[in-house]
Design a protein around this ligand. Structure first.
Ligand SMILES: Cc1cc2nc3c(=O)[nH]c(=O)nc-3n(C[C@H](O)[C@H](O)[C@H](O)COP(=O)(O)O)c2cc1C
Length: 174
């Protein structure tokens, strides 16, 4: 196994949880993005970056672009956490296309999480309250809406440690 570090950006704790599981599983060091200036990235062969998805964008993804420029020879892996269920492959591909630098060949992994309204702050809290309000008012034709409202009404956590397996296996084979 290579000498690796997991760097993550997490606002409500989901990405932090996945980052911790990955670091434990692979024996990597673990740093929040805010502390990355304390890390000497040149010490690592492999840098794994993770962030939560907000309106399709992975939080902190700039870090990957900066790292690619500063350390073109490092192996990079990106993971994202989001409320989108893992079987919604089209939506997940969109996230990949929006965030993973084109033609970079950087492997991308997606892990389902949930919503934590208690830990949300500022604009995120406001936006999600609006979304939930709008959803409640929307007419429901096929029951899908009702199901979504039910799921999103309160905080929920669909994350699971076993979801990291594809990433862990990938890194272990390098
Ligand atoms: C304002 C807002 C927008 C979000 N947009 C998306 C989204 O576009 N796709 C998605 O799958 N999840 C979305 N989510 C859910 C978050 O991606 C999910 O809670 C994520 O795991 C948060 O990570 P964190 O707790 O590490 O910050 C959104 C959450 C908030 C608060």
């Amino acid at each position: 196994m290579e000498n690796c570090v997991v760097v993550y950006k997490s606002k409500t704790g989901f990405t932090e949880k996945y980052a911790t599981w990955i670091a434990e599983e692979l024996g990597c060091e673990l740093y929040p993005l805010a502390n990355v200036n304390m890390v000497n990235l040149s010490d690592y062969d492999m840098i794994i970056f993770g962030g939560g998805v907000r309106a399709g964008k992975i939080g902190g993804i700039k870090f990957v672009n900066n790292t690619r420029i500063s350390f073109p020879n490092k192996k990079l892996v990106i993971f994202a956490t989001g409320a989108t269920p893992s079987n919604e492959t089209e939506a997940i591909e969109k996230v990949q296309n929006m965030n993973v630098p084109r033609n970079s060949g950087i492997p991308f992994f997606y892990f389902q999480s949930g919503f934590n309204y208690e830990k949300m702050k500022g604009v995120d809290k406001l936006v999600m309250n609006m979304v939930r309000g709008i959803m409640r008012k929307m007419k429901d034709k096929d029951g899908t809406q009702n199901e979504m409202i039910g799921t999103m009404k309160n905080s929920y956590d669909h994350s699971s440690r076993e979801f990291i397996e594809p990433l862990v296996s990938y890194v272990k084979t390098l």
